[in-house]
Design a protein around this ligand. Structure first.
Ligand SMILES: [Zn+2]
Length: 721
């Protein structure tokens, strides 16, 4: 097996310019050993060189003084049996370089060079990327023989800045016959082509760099630039995660911490998303900051150990390999040196269960980067990220295992019973027909908001691309998407959803006027709401035309005043405007929810919204959910399969800092009653608990293994079989 398939534990000391005079290599060798890392990322060149480069303009670290620090560290690592990825950071230079090659630099519309602090930003379409950088990579490969290369900022300038340099003008003209777009305008064909052309260039750079390093360093001397766990960040820097994963032998994730909106669970989501594209046999190590990296940014102060530890554990649950990250080789806050050791020690002891496994999940959540670009435009956080996050949180809360599924990979989605489309506005005809085929094969569908209302360019469609499946139709085409920033925020109104039929007769309470008594039976998706006829909503919905064979369990109660309180009564209690449309086609169950409850849940965190989303997904899945977990707390569950056994991660997200980093104290939860479907997968009900280091046996009933987990402090991993 090539080295990049067996380098599971990673470390990185990001070298500062001062480090050449203070880098205590023998001490760090001990730290490598203590944390049992198998591979290191060591700064080589780019913005700053840590070796005496033959290129005079390759800026030497200020305190390098002729030393070959990169070479010495690489030698030490190799002597210790570790693999080395040379780290590049190559998108800007000092002024002398700019003066020598003014035509290699990015220019704004007025011809002025783009700057970042005192540095000049290189143009990705210039010979800097085609000639200079390959020569530097070749030099490093031949001098010091690293096992591979990575690069922190390989993708050049993001889409916030259009480069108008002569290289870009000429190449764009040759590729498209058009002049460069003068400004960002998502409806302008030149801007659209510039976006796609910019993506294509990054793939070209990826391939050029790989050819260079493999030629200079041997077939396994791979180049793998860093990628973000955020698709919005990937889109802003033209890094197409799917196209990159098709080419990569390993994915180096630069995704160091959580934010308060998405929690630790976002790292589990990232791991599953990357592996779904990359394959579960390849590795995806992730840079994890051991210093305080937000909120507040303190490069040389320790992150609270519990916060760093839970980010690592949440990532491991999603298939990510831990990679500790320090800035600078000398620290006065020494606490952070201790942080990774317990996690990496646990990994080492349990490695066989943590790699080469495939997820078991009934739910697949659809995403595409194209949707982030052409539907999200300058409001992707609101239109794309929030609806996805709403579903992610609802799934985690309900302990329903899921996998992210790319919209172009629907045909290859095995085992998934339900596809969820969280406001996936931009759908191509090919994607829509793959979804239709999925439903024809008996799969179920949950879609929300503007799903399929736009083409892959974000142009309005006359009706939903999936109207035939949704059982309802738009009245008039989707509105044209706005491009301007800030104009896209979803309105927050004083609205509600009415549950039908109303259950007046079963509820104690005053009867108002001549309201109808309850008739009929409520739909399964409204389970748990027996004591209410309304749910808070907050959004607005346009009227729809509903097919005769579809049911409407929720309707809109339009906005009414909140203030003064005397005015807070419903002007129109029953609008009849559908908030949810459900239908069945053979074995397939289809729920289309025009109400943006997913986005609302991400923003407002109302438990009713989470319950509703989970109910809809459970209904769509039929009885086909492979896991139930009973017990208090917020637990992120990930279920995997290896030949003859199942592996269940239970990550404890319950804490005083669940939605507000940093976490300081781990609070144990439990006991839990767990039911895992073992049908055909597991021969014996033997259990191994990899964190509490216990063995037990499950009872088996109706294809399910049933067992208790008494207590979870940070996480537990249970091997069944
Ligand atoms: Zn340019």
């Amino acid at each position: 097996m090539p080295w990049y398939r067996r380098a599971y534990l990673w470390g990185q000391t990001n070298i500062t310019e001062k480090d050449p005079v203070q880098y205590d290599i023998p001490w760090w060798r001990q730290q490598w050993k203590r944390t049992q890392v198998q591979a290191l990322i060591i700064n080589a060149g780019g913005i700053v060189a840590y070796y005496p480069s033959r290129f005079p303009l390759h800026h030497r670290a200020e305190f390098l003084n002729g030393r070959d620090l990169f070479g010495e560290l690489t030698q030490a690592a190799h002597d210790d049996g570790l693999f080395v990825m040379a780290r590049m950071d190559s998108n800007r230079t000092a002024e002398d370089f700019f003066q020598a090659h003014p035509d290699w630099f990015a220019r704004d519309a007025d011809g002025k060079p783009y700057r970042a602090a005192d540095k000049y930003i290189t143009c990705i379409n210039s010979p800097y990327y085609d000639e200079y950088l390959p020569a530097v990579l070749q030099e490093i490969a031949q001098r010091s023989h690293p096992d591979g290369f990575t690069d922190n900022s390989w993708a050049g300038m993001g889409r916030e800045s259009i480069c108008f340099c002569a290289n870009c003008e000429r190449k764009f003209k040759a590729a498209t016959g058009k002049s460069l777009p003068r400004r960002a305008d998502w409806d302008d064909s030149a801007y659209r082509e510039w976006i796609m052309w910019s993506y294509a260039r990054r793939i070209e750079v990826w391939e050029v760099n790989n050819r260079t390093t493999r030629t200079a360093g041997g077939p396994d001397c791979i180049w793998s630039g860093m990628n973000s766990g955020s698709i919005t960040a990937q889109a802003q820097s033209f890094r197409d995660l799917r196209e990159i994963c098709r080419r990569a032998d390993i994915i180096m994730l630069d995704h160091q911490r959580r934010d308060d909106d998405t929690g630790f669970q976002q790292n589990g989501d990232t791991g599953k998303r990357v592996h779904a594209l990359l394959g579960w046999d390849k590795l995806a190590p992730e840079s994890m900051a051991m210093y305080q990296s937000g909120p507040g940014y303190y490069r040389v102060a320790s992150k609270p150990a519990a916060e760093a530890r839970m980010w690592m554990i949440a990532g491991i649950a999603g298939g990510i390999q831990p990679w500790w990250h320090y800035v600078g080789a000398y620290h006065e806050d020494r606490r952070m040196y201790r942080t990774p050791e317990p996690v990496t020690r646990w990994w080492k002891a349990n490695e066989q269960y943590l790699v080469n496994r495939t997820p078991v999940a009934a739910i697949g959540v659809i995403w595409t980067q194209r949707n982030t670009d052409f539907f999200g435009r300058d409001a992707a956080a609101e239109r794309v990220d929030a609806p996805y996050t709403g579903f992610m949180h609802a799934l985690v809360r309900a302990r329903i295992p899921y996998v992210p599924v790319h919209g172009d990979d629907i045909a290859h989605t095995a085992n998934v019973r339900v596809l969820v489309l969280p406001n996936v506005g931009a759908l191509s005809d090919a994607q829509a027909s793959a979804i239709r085929q999925f439903v024809r094969n008996g799969g179920s569908l949950v879609a929300t908001g503007d799903t399929g209302s736009y083409t892959e360019w974000g142009d309005p469609r006359p009706d939903f691309a999936l109207a035939d499946l949704f059982g309802c139709h738009r009245i008039g085409a989707a509105p044209k998407l706005t491009s301007s920033r800030g104009a896209n925020r979803a309105a927050s109104e004083h609205t509600y959803l009415r549950l039908s039929p109303e259950w007046r007769a079963r509820v104690d309470g005053p009867k108002v006027g001549n309201e109808p008594a309850a008739t009929g039976v409520r739909h399964e998706v409204l389970r748990g709401f027996d004591e209410t006829d309304i749910l808070p909503f907050g959004g607005t919905i346009a009227p729809l035309r509903v097919d005769a064979d579809a049911a409407v369990p929720l309707t809109l109660v339009p906005a009414f005043p909140t203030y003064p309180p005397e005015t807070a009564w419903m002007r129109e209690p029953r609008s009849g405007i559908p908030g949810l449309v459900v239908s069945q086609r053979g074995a397939s169950r289809i729920a289309y929810m025009p109400a943006d409850v997913d986005r609302r849940y991400a923003r407002e965190h109302l438990p009713d919204h989470a319950v509703l989303l989970a109910n809809i997904m459970r209904w769509a899945a039929g009885s086909d959910v492979p896991l139930t977990v009973e017990g208090p707390g917020l637990i992120d569950c990930h279920l995997y399969e290896q030949p003859g056994r199942l592996i269940l991660h239970m990550v404890n997200l319950t804490s005083e800092a669940t939605w507000r980093a940093p976490l300081d104290e781990l609070i144990p939860v439990g006991p839990f009653k767990v039911k895992v479907r073992i049908r055909g997968r597991v021969a014996s009900p033997a259990l191994r608990l990899l964190v509490s280091q216990r063995s037990a046996r499950a009872t088996v009933a109706d294809d399910y293994a049933v067992f208790n987990v008494d207590r979870i402090t940070d996480h537990e991993v249970i091997v069944v079989g």
